[in-house]
Design a protein around this ligand. Structure first.
Ligand code: FAD
Ligand code: NA
Length: 389
């Protein structure tokens, strides 16, 4: 095999490492992915009937305040001026999210100014003032008061975790942002937008380098593959971005994850909900939200005859499900420490990315973290002979 570096996983972490090593160091890089496409969870494709770009693993919004990352990603794609906003549908009414002055005044049928609203929420949160909340339900009430918590957070969170918030640890939330202005812009980052030509075009440009060879439908643990672990370990340095527990054969136990199920539907109408994301925080609706993909690209000339929506359901991941969000219980954290020791001792293998470090990473964080691994470990190793640890 003639690769200088094997990268397992073609998500943003793996592709960033591969691109830097190929472009700046001139290394031959083999990128493996067990899926049939590159890009990891950021992968998108145009829905066959409508041509509307659909994010296959759930809606992906790009935002960052990291100037290095912003400069880097702009080498591969331009971004639209898309600004993310979310609405929520509670008992037959639609409110703006995150909870802001507009939400509060609509909910309480009032016209409070910022100071009055602040005082009201302080009073309502006072129900549990001075207590030490032992579960998520009490914590939520203590943070924003019972009325807003029960309307917008309680069942939404319960559906996300398939667990009554009274049985969830208080530590899952440390704060529930309430804005005492009418600003309902979802993200606060300096830069925000969606890739003009879509995620897949962006991702393909990162991988489009004569020194990069992509192997799809290829599992690193396939014993018979010439680029599988058995063949490359000890021969070629590896950057591994798959699940860390799987790498070590679950020796320290399974790390727990939440996953989502997405139900896609094409409707014969131009516009279903008038916005990209509508939350459903009520108990009697089984899904958490609906995405309508045309609204991510109002600048595109999409068909007016049809629209694509996706209902999102959330649940605990089981073996065989895609792991999406780390649950991070106390047991998970203990296992993770043990896996980190194993990972450090694994010669010439670097662990990175969302699955490799058991950390939820937004795209810009995965890219930033990959750029650091490249600068601090990979480049010193290949250009100066520093050990790869
Ligand atoms: P991934 O994108 O998960 O890539 C890992 C890759 O490794 C996968 O392609 C997988 O197939 C491959 N792999 C695993 N094991 C093996 C193996 N044994 N052999 C070969 N290949 C293997 N980020 C944002 O910035 N904004 C958002 O709005 C946003 N929304 C998200 C919504 C959801 C539901 C999820 C799950 C994530 C979201 N993210 C979002 C984060 C983003 O999708 C990525 O998680 C992030 O870019 C991290 O990338 P990664 O390369 O570490 O991991
Ligand atoms: Na290591």
């Amino acid at each position: 095999m003639n690769a200088d570096l094997v990268v397992v996983g073609s998500g943003f972490f793996g592709l960033t490492v591969a691109e830097r090593a190929a472009e700046e160091l001139g290394l031959k890089v083999a990128v493996l992915d067990r899926r049939h496409h590159i890009g990891g969870n950021a992968y998108s494709e145009n829905e066959a009937q409508t041509g509307i770009e659909v994010h296959r693993y759930g809606a992906h919004l790009f935002h960052t305040s990291n100037e290095k990352v912003w400069e880097y990603v702009n080498r591969f794609t331009a971004f639209t001026s898309y600004v993310h906003r979310v609405y929520t549908r509670h008992q037959g009414e639609v409110y703006p999210m995150p909870i802001n002055l507009g939400t509060i005044n609509q909910f309480f049928r009032a016209a409070y100014g910022p100071a009055e609203a602040r005082e009201l929420i302080r009073e309502q949160a006072g129900e549990l003032a001075g207590t030490d909340p032992q579960n998520l339900n009490d914590k939520g009430i203590q943070l924003i008061g019972r009325p807003l918590y029960e309307a917008f957070i309680k069942y939404y969170t319960g559906k996300q975790w398939q667990t009554d918030p009274k049985d969830l640890p208080a530590g899952i939330i440390s704060r529930l942002p309430v804005r005492y202005t009418y600003d309902n812009r979802y993200f606060n980052d300096t830069h925000e937008g969606l890739p003009v030509d879509g995620y897949t075009a962006w991702i393909e440009r990162m991988a489009d380098h004569p020194n990069i060879e992509v192997h799809l439908n290829t599992d690193f643990f396939d014993e018979n593959h010439e680029l599988g672990r058995k063949a490359v370990l000890g021969q070629v340095p590896v950057v591994y971005t798959g699940p860390v527990d799987r790498y070590f054969g679950y020796a320290e136990g399974d790390l727990s994850w939440r996953t989502i199920d997405l139900e896609e539907e094409v409707l014969p109408i131009e516009d279903f909900q008038g916005c990209p994301v509508m939350n459903y925080p009520d108990e009697d609706v089984p899904f958490t939200r609906i995405h309508e993909f045309r609204h991510f690209h109002p600048e595109r000339d999409y068909t007016k005859d049809a629209t694509v929506i996706m209902r999102e359901f959330s649940r605990f991941a089981e073996q065989g499900d895609e792991p999406y969000y780390p649950i991070n219980t106390a047991e998970d954290r203990a296992k993770l420490l043990a896996y980190r020791d194993l990972a450090r001792d694994e010669q010439s293998v670097l662990f990175g990315g969302r699955l490799g470090t058991y950390k939820y990473l937004d795209m810009h964080m995965a890219i930033g973290s990959a750029l650091s691994m490249y600068e601090n470990k990979i480049k010193p190793h290949f250009s100066g002979g520093a050990p790869l640890v």
